[in-house]
Design a protein around this ligand. Structure first.
Ligand SMILES: NC(=O)c1ccc[n+]([C@@H]2O[C@H](COP(=O)([O-])OP(=O)(O)OC[C@H]3O[C@@H](n4cnc5c(N)ncnc54)[C@H](OP(=O)(O)O)[C@@H]3O)[C@@H](O)[C@H]2O)c1
Length: 337
């Protein structure tokens, strides 16, 4: 075990895209557990668009990260020392460990994971928070029904790639919107989406007219902005719009762009509902059971985009989400053997 715990702390609140000086890399001795605690050597850290929101002042659906705090992050790792009877050295666990190499926990909120069932990064992807978000967003909030036409934006990302695959499994017709030809090829040829729209190279409105001629029953929105506005022009009667996220707006330095076409909700008797995955905590077991089943049957593909380089690579890794460099779930590896 390294005697030093390297950490990434929030040093300043960003204006627009985060820059290197918004972060500080600090060192502390590796923590030792007291009675009831355990220490975790972190192996993989989840890098999420929501982190950008947590860097802003003021609470949203969760409190802001304070200046000087270790950056909040979900992560998986191995119990390296334990004074907690519920956890043994060698157990693998998921928890909100933060962007650091070692974490101390009292065990509350930790989930044991089995690297024999799935590779550890998958517990940050399809078997983790993104998979749960896709599952509840589509099935509970979106009330997906067989035969629906579903549109998913951010379709080659962590949440969107799983949402589109679940929609296919449930018998829907799925149109994915993603940036670039290779992402579009991947979601159609390898994930089984019916069709893909490259929003960087195509007119989204025109493409939706062609690919959703009867209208969109469920829109799973990860990006907001212009793409949300375009989908609003193509709704079917009774459509459900799931506001999962709005990554196109997270670095806005002025007011967020709202959907100017919102009156389509009235015309098409449609709804637009926000969701936060943590509200479904009591039902995570149901969802992970279903997701693990589809994975083992080969009906669901989890792809993780692993960035090497340890915690100091975190600031650059986060930016990849906003430039669209990731395909699948973006994960930072700490290079633990
Ligand atoms: N509500 C919840 O409980 C919950 C939980 C988890 C995640 N989320 C939200 O779900 C969304 C997806 O998260 P994720 O973890 O799966 O991230 P992700 O989709 O894996 O990564 C972000 C992707 O967003 C796309 N993007 C970036 N800037 C864009 C822009 N200006 N316009 C359109 N697309 C843009 C990029 O793909 P392209 O190359 O295709 O542009 C990028 O790869 C985010 O909005 C996140 O906040 C919500």
């Amino acid at each position: 075990m390294s005697p030093t715990n390297h950490q990434v702390r929030l040093a300043a609140r960003p204006n627009g895209l985060p820059v290197q000086s918004d972060w500080s890399i600090t060192e502390e001795p590796v923590p030792t557990p007291s009675a009831g605690e355990l220490a975790v050597e972190i192996e993989y850290i989840s890098v999420d668009p929501a982190m950008r929101g947590w860097m802003n002042a003021g609470a949203s659906y969760i409190e802001a990260v304070e200046i000087g705090d270790v950056m909040r992050a979900g992560a998986v790792g191995r119990v390296s020392a334990s004074e907690n009877p519920g956890f043994a050295v060698g157990d693998h666990v998921y928890g909100g460990f933060g962007v650091q190499e070692h974490a101390l926990s009292d065990g509350r909120g930790l989930v044991k994971v089995d690297p024999g069932l799935a590779p550890l990064p998958t517990y940050l992807g399809a078997l983790g928070m993104p998979g749960l978000t896709a599952y509840f967003g589509l099935l509970d909030v979106g009330k997906l029904a067989e035969g629906d036409t579903v549109v998913v934006s951010g379709a080659a990302g962590a949440v969107g790639s799983v949402a589109g695959q679940i929609a296919r499994i449930k018998g829907a017709r799925v149109v994915g919107i993603a940036g670039g030809a290779e992402k579009c090829r991947w979601i159609v040829e390898e994930l089984g989406f019916d069709v893909a729209i490259d929003y960087k190279g195509e007119d989204v409105r025109r493409a939706l007219r062609e690919h959703a001629p009867e209208g969109v029953d469920v829109y799973f929105d990860n990006v907001g902005g212009e793409i949300l506005d375009a989908v609003l022009t193509r709704l079917a009667r009774g459509a459900r719009i799931v506001i999962c996220g709005a990554v196109s707006q997270y670095n806005a330095t002025g007011p967020v762009s709202g959907p100017s076409n919102y009156l389509a909700l009235l015309v098409y008797r449609a709804s637009m509902i926000g969701m936060v995955v943590f509200d479904y905590a009591a039902r995570f077991g149901e969802a992970t059971g279903a997701l693990a089943g589809w994975l083992s049957e080969g009906r669901l593909i989890s792809r993780e985009h692993i960035v090497e380089g340890g915690v100091s690579a975190f600031p650059d890794a986060l930016l990849k989400l906003f430039s669209g460099e990731n395909t699948g779930k973006l994960v930072l590896s700490l290079g633990v053997e």
